[in-house]
Write a protein that binds this ligand. Structure first.
Ligand code: ADP
Length: 272
């Protein structure tokens, strides 16, 4: 009887006993991070809660000292919150051992950094295969060439990073971040070292990875133009989410940042 009833619902559950897929790529619940104790304690994060769906592109902005790096580190399991929890693809990572956390990071997260962080002695293809090797999986060359094709670089698979332009190197880094089909790709100022035109290409590629490949991207940036490629922008101030925008143009994002910076004590300290 029960089965028959279920069949009549609009969206029937998948057959057999597979667990329901996690609804969110990443969730943070009341995440706090305090450095030090007592009167000298610094509250870098004061209780961040959010849930980002699969296939979404989120930018994180905020004045210097607002907690962006700490947020990224806690969300990516590189730092442990003082309180609260982080779930990646439905798995609570907060209490995991260091070993389990490392394994999870290698298989289920991708990273893109400002400085590309490619290994110069390896070929482009070997760089892209690296996360699989580190995760202990069999290096899948077919998959590496597939992601290199997705970023438009399959013809350069045998080259070394030093033979490529900055924009091309960042595209290799994006291919490397995508190769394991991670739950989340974290990008930390990915266009900080690129000129405007090349930055636009790289941001277009991240957008494409979200729209066409279903990737989930969380990007820290100080650049309103970069943030305008995201579906939503979260503004941090003094360790808390102070504002958010959805599908906003760069000028609107810049305007919010100016207002936020004007009322942040850390910004005043910098001005002084
Ligand atoms: P942002 O990336 O936005 O510049 P951070 O996350 O680096 O901000 O820093 C947030 C706050 O936490 C700042 O006040 C910073 O000084 C402090 N902080 C960051 N890391 C440490 C640390 N290891 N020890 C003490 N304070 C820290």
């Amino acid at each position: 009887m029960r089965l028959r009833k279920r069949r009549t619902t609009a969206a029937p559950p998948a057959p057999h006993q597979h667990p329901a897929p996690a609804t969110h790529a990443i969730e943070l619940h009341g995440v706090q991070r305090r450095y030090g104790r007592g009167g000298n304690a610094v509250h870098a994060l004061r209780g961040i809660s959010l849930a980002l769906p699969h296939g979404s592109f989120t930018a994180v902005m905020g004045p210097s000292g607002s907690g962006k790096s700490t947020f990224l580190q806690c969300a990516a399991g590189l730092d442990r919150p003082t309180a609260g929890s982080v779930l990646l693809g439905g798995t609570e990572i907060t209490g995991l051992s260091e070993n389990k956390l490392t394994t999870l990071r290698r298989s289920r997260l991708g990273f893109v950094f400002q400085a590309f962080n490619l290994l110069p002695s390896l070929t482009v293809e070997q760089n892209v295969l690296l996360p699989m090797r580190l995760a202990g999986a069999r290096p899948d060359r077919h998959r590496a060439l597939e992601v290199l094709a997705q970023v438009g670089l399959h013809e350069h698979a045998r080259r070394r990073p030093g033979q490529l332009s900055g924009g091309q190197q960042q595209r290799v880094a994006i291919a490397r971040a995508l190769v394991t089909r991670p739950d989340v790709v974290f990008a930390d100022e990915p266009t900080g070292a690129l000129d405007t035109g090349t930055a636009a290409e790289v941001l277009g590629l991240l957008r494409h990875a979200v729209d066409a490949l279903g990737a989930t991207v969380v990007m820290v940036t100080h650049d309103p133009v970069a943030a305008s490629y995201a579906d939503r922008v979260l503004f941090l101030a003094d360790g808390a989410i102070a504002d958010r925008l959805t599908r906003a143009p760069a000028h609107e994002i810049a305007d919010r940042m100016t207002r936020l910076t004007a009322r942040t004590p850390a910004a005043l300290a910098v001005v002084r």
